[in-house]
Design a protein around this ligand. Structure first.
Ligand code: SF4
Length: 457
């Protein structure tokens, strides 16, 4: 399909081909699902909501619930206020959520609907029942990416719920970033094993990986509770994991409630997980229990066994900026050479951070934020790689260039089960190591002549 991609590179300013990102509202919808009893609401046309729901459903293989203001031509002319009122009325009467999280779309942003005023009026008119909540985030899709949308909705959780009551609890807040439900559970487990009480938000574990019970539940048991969100303003500190997806929420909490925050890389791979554990040590004052040190020891052991295969291998990777930053560092720790690195999300910090990680270890690398898969493909054509790492969309490049491919990040639309296995923490590192080496050795086996088709590696 991509066989005709030309090798010659022409700089493009106003055109993206096969972008390495998607819509802001998708991230906002995913974040909203991480609040218990929450119905995400898309303030725009039905088509946007249908696309966003189906994209998430295809990744998580779970039904994703969301409602829409169902704009038609009339809303485009007169604004979407009446649609939102009608939607809120129906939502609370029929679906009875604890909270509705409204996000905007390109159209409602262009119209300029003032969501807080519309919701205030709806509440005054009794459309929003007492004890129920409506929050909102502006998510114009012509700015940023799905990661920006996730960040905006997570920040809205702080804006609407975090309370400053003068007291301080021993709990810490953790903003886990745009990661899988299993990652959120893993991050929580590590904090708990370190003896900490952690308020993790959003938290999609138990929502988008809920067990099959043969009974439909509109609101699965998982998700951070509103009561816990209110307490985030009294916590002793916030750990924001990932600058792009999580820092804004931590910064707002500090500004609103004087809760100091630290922003760390996503704990993917050994170095960034070490830094995460070090931060937990600092907060808990405890040394890590044997469960955690054993997990780390296993990763070091497996890395040692695998280094002979990884050393010097050239890698191309793309995806969400926080994921790619941590993954690049992990690859460098393994002696690999990430030579083509792309994210579709804009932000100068990305290129700055990646170059810092590669400094002195990889001589020449192409690194770009706000770029696309077309550019990545062209780079690969000019300097081939041994491994490609990224979301499902990478499979077309992998096929065209015959490169071993590891699926990593969001979205993964053509495989099932990935969202149940974390890539964060030491357990996640172990899984990534296995996936990468399997891909490399499968290729070695495929291409081996009969005389060196080995049983034992
Ligand atoms: S880019 Fe805008 S119009 Fe298109 S689906 Fe996303 S929010 Fe809707």
């Amino acid at each position: 399909m991509l066989d005709m991609t030309p090798k010659e590179i022409f700089e493009r300013k106003a055109l993206r081909i096969n972008p390495a990102k998607t819509c802001q509202p998708i991230g906002a919808m995913y974040a909203a699902l991480g609040i218990h009893g929450c119905l995400p609401h898309s303030h725009g046309s039905q088509g946007c909501c249908a696309y966003h729901r189906s994209h998430l459903t295809r990744h998580y293989k779970e039904p994703v619930m969301a409602s829409t203001s169902s704009f038609t031509e009339g809303a485009s002319v007169f604004g979407g206020g009446a649609n939102l009122r009608q939607a809120l009325k129906t939502i609370f009467q029929v679906y009875d959520p604890e909270i509705v999280a409204v996000h905007t779309t390109c159209l409602s942003e262009t119209i300029g609907d003032d969501i807080p005023s519309l919701v205030k009026k709806a509440r005054e008119d009794g459309i929003v029942p007492d004890g129920k909540y409506v929050i909102h985030a502006n998510t114009p899709s012509y700015v940023g990416s799905h990661v920006t949308g996730f960040s905006n909705m997570t920040t809205a959780m702080v804006k609407y719920f975090s309370e400053k009551n003068g007291g301080r609890t021993s709990a810490i807040n953790i903003v886990p970033g745009y990661v899988e439900p299993s990652d959120m559970a893993e991050i929580k487990r590590l904090a708990t094993e370190m003896g900490l009480e952690a308020i993790l938000f959003p938290d999609t574990s138990g929502v988008l990986d809920a067990p099959q019970t043969a009974r439909f539940s509109m609101y699965p048991k998982g998700g951070v509770k509103v009561d816990a969100l209110k307490k985030t303003g009294s916590s002793r500190a916030t750990l924001s994991l990932g600058k792009f997806a999580s820092e804004a929420a931590g910064a707002l909490l500090e500004q609103m409630c004087d809760v100091p925050y630290q922003c760390l890389d996503l704990p993917i791979g050994i170095s960034s997980t070490d830094r995460f554990i070090e931060a937990l040590i600092e907060f808990s004052g405890q040394t890590p229990p044997a469960t955690i040190t054993d997990e780390r020891g296993r990763v070091v052991d497996v890395m040692t066994d695998m280094l002979q295969y990884f050393h010097g291998k050239k890698v191309a990777l793309f995806g969400d900026p926080d994921h790619v930053i941590s993954m690049t560092e992990f690859l460098v720790d393994l002696g690999m050479k990430p030579i083509h690195v792309v994210t579709g999300t804009p932000g100068k910090y990305f290129e700055h951070r990646i170059k810092k990680i590669l400094d002195g270890k990889v001589k020449h690398a192409n690194v770009r934020a706000f770029s696309d898969l077309f550019m990545l493909h062209q780079w690969i054509k000019n300097e081939p790689v041994d491994l490609l790492i990224g979301n499902t969309y990478g499979k077309y490049i992998a096929r065209a260039e015959d490169i071993p491919f590891v699926r990593f990040g969001f979205p993964i639309l053509d495989r099932i089960g990935h969202s149940y296995f974390p890539t964060t923490g030491y357990r996640g590192a172990l899984r990534l190591l296995e996936k990468m080496l399997d891909a490399i050795l499968d290729r070695l086996d495929r291409d081996a002549p009969e005389s060196s088709f080995e049983l034992v590696m």
